[in-house]
Design a protein around this ligand. Structure first.
Ligand code: J2J
Length: 548
């Protein structure tokens, strides 16, 4: 059937036609791609992790089997399904099963807790959660069970277990029960929404990003080309694989597109990841800057496992300091590639044959000649080349609206459909971008985005806190750290950093959002219009306000 998912903003039909004519959108679905690769090279290895080694034929079979089982359970086209899994082979099986059904995975991160998952489940009206049992000493099944009890639409709780003896919550089912004999199922259309990705740092109603088979596959194909992937590629998913970067830039989907191999590691630290590189013969991976620093420092110290298969290390998600960028290639014996991307669409890369100054000093240029970029001032007028301004963009793989969110759409898109990235950039005459910072009130803590407003709202619920302002302050390793300015309700009761962190953790907030510092202020400096002045707060900090 051709009905469109309610709440999805399609591209205007003239643009959609143009992207088809240009052969950006090819009409293929994710299921089609896997079918084709499995037919062409059934025995090639598609996915490896510490416990599994699946050929393309096996992955194809598994995804069809699970799709059949999930359809027996009543999961249908357009249904939303929360997926919260660590980096392991079953992640790929699960998402391809859902893709084949036309059901939409909603890509949650392992670090998400109930303060994130309840709003995500509610905003997506999800019908099921697929998660694991205990992983890294945290009981994901119990978390999912508690989410299910708080969100009416959630009917099913499915667990990827390591063995059938695992104790599951009542009514939870092991996905092993749903690996049926594959049956023919109605297939989705390439214009359909394939999944919902999450926007970093959203407040209130989560911003869910609808990506279609057509648009996302184009970005995956172009990424695979730009990153020069082939059937000999082994891509290591180091960052949490549900994130857009390891998913598609070129990520695990790029590796599959190229007929290469996906390798999964649940732990990105050098101790584990370097062994995975040696064991799986990894050729490319993607890191955020703080991880890149850890890897470089570890490699510079010498005596590492064999990293000689590694050819490309990508760094993205947050600004990479030039000093660090210069060390990546020599330390790891690789070509560095900077990646500036966003789950909403646009991804920029430095190219593998760019001069070193471009590679270490810029965040590259758009992957597609059909991407349109403009750098504008606060009134929307283009600034002269080489001047800082706000980046806006549209193109064949950048969304035209968030899922079912009229207010966010009014804020984040121009009247003619350009996405306001919120990034301050400088477009150099050679076409490469230098990313300066963010216009909005967010902290980018080493690639993990935190909405100031979201965290402030949590703090304001603390009885000892009258007012709170979250600011990102410079940090040599993370780029930015989270500083909470707190005005106590009673000057005699000053909440400590410990108090604040414990309070936030107990509310079920993802651990990466914990403030790194608390600064007690008697009163907030104000702008002319009575709004708290973040600039003055930054100054206060620069002047050495006491942090505890
Ligand atoms: C500075 N800021 C950057 C960079 C992202 C590939 C790579 C990253 C993401 C991602 C992604 C940056 N330098 N190199 O989805 O496919 C900041 C910008 C941007 C925001 C998007 C991909 N790379 N950023 O990080 O949706 O502020 O995607 O707008 O999580 O991260 O965050 P996110």
């Amino acid at each position: 059937s051709s009905t469109v998912l309610p709440g999805f903003t399609p591209w205007p039909s003239a643009d959609a036609q143009r992207y088809r004519d240009l052969n950006c959108w090819t009409g293929e679905t994710f299921g089609d791609v896997l079918t084709a690769r499995a037919a062409a090279a059934p025995d090639a290895i598609a996915v490896v992790d510490d416990a599994n080694r699946w050929s393309y034929a096996e992955l194809d079979h598994r995804s069809r089997a699970l799709a059949t089982g999930l359809s027996r359970l009543g999961i249908r086209r357009h249904d939303r399904v929360l997926v919260q899994l660590p980096n392991r082979a079953e992640f790929v099986e699960v998402i391809f099963a859902l893709f084949r059904l036309g059901a939409l995975p909603v890509f949650c991160l392992p670090a998400h807790r109930q303060a994130e998952l309840v709003p995500i489940a509610t905003a997506s009206a999800a019908v099921a959660i697929i998660t694991c049992g205990t992983h890294q000493r945290f009981d994901y099944a119990a978390l999912a069970d508690s989410i299910r009890q708080q969100v009416d639409t959630l009917r099913h709780l499915l667990i990827v277990t390591d063995d059938s003896a695992t104790a599951l919550p009542d009514d939870a089912r092991d996905i092993a029960e749903f690996r049926d004999e594959p049956a023919d199922l109605p297939e989705p259309n390439a214009v359909d929404v394939a999944f919902l990705q999450l926007s970093g740092g959203s407040t209130g109603i989560p911003k869910l990003i609808p990506r279609t088979h057509d648009d996302y596959l184009y970005s995956v194909r172009r990424s695979a080309e730009v990153c020069e992937l082939g059937s000999d590629t082994v891509y290591l998913a180091t960052l949490p694989v549900a994130h857009n970067f390891p998913m598609s830039s070129p990520g695990i989907l790029g590796a599959l597109w190229a007929g290469g191999t996906i390798a999964m590691t649940p732990d990105p630290t050098p101790a584990t990841a370097f062994r995975a590189i040696e064991r799986f013969g990894v050729t490319i991976t993607g890191l955020v800057p703080p991880l890149a620093r850890l890897w470089v420092e570890r490699a510079e110290a010498g005596n590492t496992p064999d990293l000689s298969t590694l050819r490309v290390v990508q760094v993205g998600g947050a600004r990479c300091q030039e000093e660090l960028a210069r060390r990546v290639g020599p330390a790891l014996g690789v070509t560095l590639q900077q990646v500036f991307g966003m789950a909403e669409g646009l991804v920029c890369y430095t190219r593998l044959d760019d001069p070193i100054d471009v590679v270490v000093g810029t965040q590259g240029r758009p992957m597609s000649e059909h991407d349109r970029l403009a750098v504008v001032d606060d009134d929307g007028n283009e600034v002269p080349p080489g001047t800082d301004g706000n980046l806006i963009t549209h193109g064949p793989y950048t969304i035209r609206g968030y899922y079912d969110n009229v207010e966010a759409n009014a804020r984040s898109f121009t009247a003619d459909g350009w996405y306001r990235t919120g990034d301050i950039v400088n477009l150099r005459p050679d076409g490469n971008l230098v990313v300066g910072g963010r216009a909005g009130d967010w902290v980018n803590r080493g690639g993990e985005k935190v909405s100031a407003e979201e965290l402030e709202a949590h703090l304001l619920d603390h009885p000892d806190i009258r007012d709170a302002v979250i600011i990102g302050t410079p940090d040599p390793v993370l780029g930015q750290r989270i500083c909470a300015f707190v005005q106590p309700a009673d000057p005699a009761h000053r909440p400590s950093l410990m108090t604040v962190r414990t309070f936030i953790r107990e509310r079920g907030v993802a651990a990466w959002k914990m403030p790194d510092a608390v600064v007690i202020v008697d009163q907030f400096p104000e702008t002319g219009v009575g709004k708290t002045s973040r600039r003055d707060l930054r100054q206060l900090l620069a002047d050495g306000a006491h942090q505890n």
